[in-house]
Design a protein around this ligand. Structure first.
Ligand code: ATP
Ligand code: MG
Ligand code: FE
Length: 342
């Protein structure tokens, strides 16, 4: 079965073709980061317009790369939510328009399910059940995953998402948007002993997170520096920030594994690309004897491959999940635990 995936929930247009027999056939992505950078964040109206411009050329690209014709596609999966309403509408209308014109069934996919299952696109697949830490620009959640569509929320952030904390702290350090990768690189030049930031909710005895205080602590440190703060000062602050957030994320993962007795941990979402976090999790996995799985770096942030894949997984369980019903309806807000087993 070949599934075309369409992702357009935020500022990346992603198209991909996944074959349940042969694996990922091709994927193509256009990131709007350069366009939004000057505004310091995503401008929804510009995002929607750019998805319109990019989607069809990217579709042609993946069809060419995969060497498949339109009639060999079995179904089209598109991101139905959560995300920016206008951006989602573009992907949904393109997917449904294609479905109608090609007489193929369509399937709305939950964006976070895409992230959550993206580590299964990598060479070595974790078996169910596992603990998943979803750390993206808009979400921070710990979940028990018993199978496709079987997600139990164990804990989540009470305020900012991890990626948001990275981006906002990076902005305070003048590192541009999105700042996650930049603050991580800068932290490599900083010294852990210079500043100590709080570890929010480290001892809260639940699996929730809170990161907005961390950003405020970074702001206080920045304000306490002289007006012409030098690169080395910034690196020390970046280091303190990364140390604090990584310690909390690792500790909560360990607590979730302990609470459930599971031995497999899956990391998903953009912050999963973070080097310091991966190093700390790998060290913990060795010490505490559990296994940790990551998506390929290119599939940590938004992409079409994870949507094609999540769609294919659902269709393997229930082939009727895709319908020749082209009256689409996007869901900008859509809690993941509302998804049911098919
Ligand atoms: P959501 O999926 O919750 O709707 P999103 O799609 O915007 O949000 P992703 O694309 O999964 O989120 O991830 C983007 C986030 O990941 C940004 O906040 C970005 O700064 C962060 N990020 C990407 N690479 C790194 C890195 N190496 N270190 C830290 N953060 C990173
Ligand atoms: Mg993005
Ligand atoms: Fe995302």
């Amino acid at each position: 079965m070949i599934v075309l995936g369409v992702e357009s929930s935020c500022d990346e247009t992603g198209l991909a073709l996944y074959d349940t027999q042969r694996g990922l056939l091709a994927h193509a992505l256009h990131s709007q980061v350069a366009m939004h950078e000057q505004y310091g964040g995503v401008v929804p109206e510009l995002a929607s317009r750019d998805h319109i411009r990019r989607a069809i050329p990217l579709l042609e690209q993946v069809m060419d790369k995969a060497g498949v014709t339109r009639d060999t596609i079995d179904a089209i999966a598109y991101t139905q939510g959560p995300g920016l309403a206008g951006a989602l509408l573009v992907g949904a209308s393109i997917a449904c328009g294609l479905g109608l014109s090609m007489d193929k069934p369509v399937l709305g996919v939950h964006h976070l399910e895409g992230h959550l299952l993206s580590p299964l696109l990598a060479g070595e697949r974790p078996e169910f059940p596992f603990i998943a830490l979803l750390i993206s620009g808009g979400h921070t959640q710990l979940m028990q995953v018993d199978g496709v569509g079987q997600y139990t929320l164990l804990g989540e952030t009470l305020d900012d998402a991890a990626g948001e904390a990275f981006d906002k702290s990076a902005k305070l350090l003048g590192l541009g948007y999105p700042g996650g990768p930049a603050i991580s690189r800068l932290a490599e030049f900083g010294d852990s002993d210079v500043h100590k930031l709080p570890r929010p909710m480290l001892h809260s005895k639940d699996l929730n997170f809170s990161f907005s205080g961390l950003k405020t602590a970074v702001l206080t440190l920045v304000r306490n520096q002289s007006t012409n703060i030098c690169e080395q000062d910034k690196a020390h602050i970046a280091r303190a920030f990364v140390d604090a957030i990584v310690e909390v994320l690792v500790a909560k993962c360990l607590a979730a594994l302990k609470q459930t007795g599971l031995k497999r941990l899956v990391i998903a979402g953009g912050v999963g690309a973070n080097r310091q976090l991966r190093d700390a999790l790998n060290a913990a996995a060795q010490k505490k004897r559990f296994r940790v799985f990551y998506p390929e770096l290119e599939f940590c942030t938004d992409n079409g491959a994870m949507i094609a894949f999540a769609g294919a997984m659902r269709l393997q369980i229930n082939p009727d999940a895709a319908k020749r019903d082209y009256a689409f309806n996007v869901r900008p807000r859509w809690p993941l635990d509302e998804l049911r087993v098919i």
